[in-house]
Design a protein around this ligand. Structure first.
Ligand code: FAD
Length: 402
């Protein structure tokens, strides 16, 4: 028997390691198109961009670990085709490999802007170490950066850029920040924090195209006739799943590869994990695609358990974090079907939590510099216990007693 994992990112690297932890003794091949061993992407927009971290600090495991664990790690190698009938895959080198079990962990890629002028030099995206290196080279005092998209990646880059002295404008089509992923209390809070740090926001804007000078972007042209001068544009408008291989192989896909609670695809011998997947979320009676490290790790555990014949792991509650300036945001759960929102603490004090409830039960918690609220929210999410909203809002009652 042999297992092949396509995609040597957070999810793929974790499946390989967990298989060995579970005692899986058969050959494992881990194939990644990037030149690096599996590494963590979250620091790319945070510590790494500010030069606070060395490359080895990004790696999931030391470089030598894979050979020591008997894992054949092939970097700079792209898988171009899967033949499910023959149970083989073809590499960009034309080599063919046979598998018994296949794990797809090809992640997602940054969504690109296609507008007049978006082929000029000076367009930046942030998904890989190489992207982050390119961005770093630009950030200097006085440098003018236009960030398109007020989501997590855009805001984290804006914070890092300000720290390095760059001039930052953020352009957002919606009328608030983090519109797709967080509630209005959080949007207003982060707007005020960024503005206090000198970031300028432009809400409700439509971009018509870009101006250039000697082949390099020099400005963003707005549909309302306005023009914003800049030296580079960071595009942070979300990510799309790398599900092309799976589609071409005939696996069921719907905004990502559709998997079950064991991370199994519509082919029994093929699993899929991480940003690539459209997964069930029983807590909310829905399926959806998530992009987070905890999600990649949870699905890696599911796939590794199924492949190595271990019991199915207990489901985790979805969670996420973001660091901007000295603010630690932690989010647990997803704000579906919310009928009441309770804020505990005062955002002006830069330490507060927003609880999203449905019928008295926590659906999600957004906590800023408030780990006890985050931890309690996560526990309540898992236990489905009802909470008293009045006591929850009362900061004189310690979290443990709420
Ligand atoms: P990836 O890490 O993207 O790995 C997929 C790998 O597969 C890539 O290396 C890709 O090149 C490779 N690949 C694709 N196609 C092929 C092919 N055909 N052949 C071979 N290899 C292939 N999450 C958080 O929880 N908290 C955060 O603060 C946070 N910050 C983030 C900041 C940034 C800048 C980014 C980009 C992401 C951040 N995330 C964060 C999200 C998190 O990093 C992802 O959810 C996680 O990396 C998903 O892991 P993955 O293995 O599914 O995908």
């Amino acid at each position: 028997m042999s297992a092949i994992i396509i995609g040597a990112g957070h999810a793929g690297g974790s499946v390989a390691a967990m298989l060995r932890q579970n005692g899986y003794a058969d050959p494992i091949t881990l194939i990644g198109e990037e030149p690096h061993p599996p590494y963590q992407r979250p620091p790319l927009s945070k510590g790494w961009l500010k030069g606070e971290l060395a490359e080895d600090g990004l790696l999931l495991r030391p470089r030598d670990w894979y050979a020591e664990a008997g894992i054949d790690l092939r970097t700079s190698t792209r898988v171009v085709e899967i033949d499910r009938a023959a149970k083989t895959l073809t590499l960009s080198s034309d080599e063919t490999l046979a598998y018994d079990t296949l794990v797809l962990a090809t992640g997602a890629r940054a969504r690109r802007l296609v507008l007049p002028g978006s082929d000029l030099n000076g367009f930046l995206e942030l998904r890989t170490i190489d992207d982050a290196e390119r961005i770093k080279a630009y950030f200097k005092p006085g440098f003018r950066l236009a960030v398109i998209g007020g989501g997590y990646v855009g805001l984290e880059v804006a914070a890092s850029a300000r720290k390095l002295g760059a001039d930052v404008d953020v352009l957002e089509r919606e009328d608030r920040l983090l519109a797709r992923v967080a509630g209005p209390v959080l949007s207003d809070f982060f707007r005020a924090e960024h503005e206090a740090q000198g970031v300028r926001f432009h809400f409700g804007v439509e971009i018509e195209g870009f101006e250039g000078l000697d082949g390099h972007v020099s400005g963003v042209r707005l549909a309302n006739g306005g023009m914003l001068h800049c030296d580079a544009v960071l595009v942070g408008i979300g990510a799309i799943p790398n599900d092309d291989l799976a589609r071409e192989a005939g696996l069921i896909c719907d905004n990502g590869v559709v998997v079950d609670a064991q991370a199994r695809t519509s082919d029994r011998d093929i699993f899929a994990v991480g940003d690539l997947t459209h997964r069930p979320m029983p807590l909310y009676g829905r399926s959806l695609r998530l992009e987070s490290v905890p999600n990649a790790l949870e699905q890696a555990r599911q796939a590794a358990a199924a492949i190595s014949g271990q019991p199915e792991p207990k489901p985790d509650t979805p969670w996420f974090w973001s660091d901007q300036y000295d603010l630690k945001l932690q989010i647990a759960g997803l704000p579906f079907d919310v009928d009441q929102v309770v804020t505990r603490g005062d955002p002006a004090g830069r330490k507060f939590a927003v609880f999203h409830l449905c019928g008295g039960r926590v659906q999600a918690v957004e906590a800023v510099n408030a780990p006890p609220e985050f931890m309690a929210g996560r526990q309540w999410l898992a236990s489905r216990r009802e909470v008293d909203p009045v006591r929850l809002a009362d900061v004189t009652i310690p979290m443990k007693e709420v």
